[in-house]
Design a protein around this ligand. Structure first.
Ligand SMILES: Cc1cc2nc3c(=O)[nH]c(=O)nc-3n(C[C@H](O)[C@H](O)[C@H](O)COP(=O)(O)OP(=O)(O)OC[C@H]3O[C@@H](n4cnc5c(N)ncnc54)[C@H](O)[C@@H]3O)c2cc1C
Length: 416
């Protein structure tokens, strides 16, 4: 049997290995880290956000560019580094801000989200994995009546067209839906509740998947960075410090690391790291923590309950890398939590985390073949890698196994 090497043991690489192995293929996984899920998959926002897939690049973002450059505490922040990679990514991002491109991106991502939900549901029905998976829905909370009305109309028409149920709530109904919001009831202008949304602990899922995959016969190589890809005619060989990998097919699923590996082959995957932040707050039933996933729309901060933890995540920073700037952003996030859930009482120490989303200008991942006959990609999932991992894995497996004249319908939407 031909050997397949998956590079990357984050949620995307592991889901890919799972789908390939389920189809009877011989799979090994390589990761630079000592265990799975230690990259961007570690402490993300925990949302399986199947219906909230609007790309980052929208006409609205374009209109608020001045704020982006000036507001030090804004949800989106740009620190210009004047590097070629940042400049070219930003130019492509600005181009992607058109209404038509952003609408097309949302439609495509919604289809991939639907497939992802199906694949993960199937796994959970047959041989469930423990990752604090819950189906408590998502509640968006608005403190501004104009932004509430705009979101209600825009989301109502988009989600309605795609058959996703969303309930429009008065301020009182919003608090009834999520009683932990009572201390800020006087500020709430309305809520939008989407019952079908889910949440879970992405790192825990990565660890559980590794165990399952080992039982299925997948071989893991940790502490094994892939140092380069070398071209031999139309095919590629991957190298570690120890030498060439013994693999017929190579799948790049290594998040932000993919750009650097692919570049020397003349492949620009368009991935740039967009920094985000999270807090993990230990809670119990007396802590005043929400049960549903809650989005604080004013600050663009998301809250998800994962077992006895409350995960809080937010902010998108472009080019922010200084430790002092990172510490300042985490402190702002703590402040935002205090203002939104003033009565929240943690049961222990709060863990801070920062991670980089492997983001493409259009927010759509690349899934499928490359110009080289044995190199495939499953990369660039940006802010939605947890949500989209299983659909992306299924799509890549279908692409790999189908003859070139019978590719899956979704394949052209995410091709290189
Ligand atoms: C603050 C924040 C909040 C988020 N919230 C959500 C959310 O609520 N819902 C959601 O769906 N998504 C969310 N995301 C996005 C999501 O976390 C990412 O899209 C996802 O984790 C990407 O997974 P990945 O497997 O592609 O990358 P990673 O998890 O980063 O995995 C890549 C792996 O490849 C390895 N690697 C890299 N280079 C090499 C190499 N050369 N050789 C060997 N190994 C290598 C790394 O060690 C790593 O283990 C959030 C992201 C952030 C930052």
């Amino acid at each position: 049997m031909k050997k397949i090497a998956v590079i990357g043991a984050g949620i995307v690489g592991l889901a890919t290995a799972y789908e390939l192995r389920r189809h009877g293929l011989d799979v090994s996984v390589y990761d630079a880290d000592a265990k799975p899920g230690q990259g961007t998959s570690k402490a993300n926002g925990a949302q399986l956000s199947y219906s909230f897939v609007t790309p980052l690049a929208t006409p609205d973002v374009l209109r608020s560019l001045h704020k982006l450059l000036l507001d030090r505490n804004g949800a989106l922040r740009l620190h210009p580094t004047f590097s070629l990679s940042q400049c070219s990514w930003l130019l492509s991002f600005l181009k992607a801000c058109s209404a038509s491109q952003s609408q097309r991106g949302a439609e495509n991502l919604l289809q991939l989200g639907k497939l992802s939900r199906q694949v993960l549901d199937q796994l959970q029905r047959t041989q469930p994995l423990e990752f604090a998976h819950n189906h408590h829905g998502k509640l968006q909370v608005f403190e501004n009546s104009q932004s509430f009305a705009a979101a209600r109309d825009a989301q109502g028409s988009f989600l309605g067209r795609h058959g996703v149920e969303q309930r429009v709530l008065t301020p009182a109904q919003t608090v009834e839906q999520e009683p932990s919001l009572a201390p800020i009831a006087h500020r709430i202008q309305g809520g939008l509740f989407t019952p079908s949304e889910e949440a879970g602990d992405c790192e825990q899922l990565c660890l559980a998947l590794q165990e399952r995959l080992q039982q299925m016969g997948v071989v893991f190589h940790f502490n094994t960075p892939i140092t380069r890809l070398e071209r031999h005619g139309d095919s590629i060989t991957a190298f570690t410090a120890q030498g060439a990998l013994d693999a017929h097919t190579i799948i790049l699923a290594n998040g932000t690391g993919a750009q650097k590996l692919a570049r020397p082959l003349g492949l620009d995957l368009g991935i740039y790291p967009l920094r985000g932040y999270s807090l993990t707050i230990p809670v119990d039933e007396h802590s005043g923590a929400p049960q549903a996933s809650v989005s604080d729309i004013r600050n663009k901060v998301v809250y998800a309950r994962i077992g006895d933890k409350l995960r809080v995540a937010g902010m998108i920073d472009i080019g922010v890398n200084k430790p002092s700037a990172i510490a300042a952003r985490l402190s702002t996030l703590r402040q935002q939590v205090q203002e939104f859930f003033p009565a929240l009482t943690p049961t222990g120490d709060i863990e801070e985390w920062t991670g980089e989303r492997p983001s493409r200008p259009t927010s759509t991942p690349l899934i499928g073949a490359s110009p080289f006959n044995n190199l495939f990609v499953n990369v660039g999932h940006g802010a939605l890698g947890f949500t989209l991992a299983f659909g992306s894995a299924r799509l890549l497996t279908d692409i790999l196994q189908s003859p070139s004249n019978k590719q899956p319908l979704l394949a052209p939407l995410f091709s290189l």
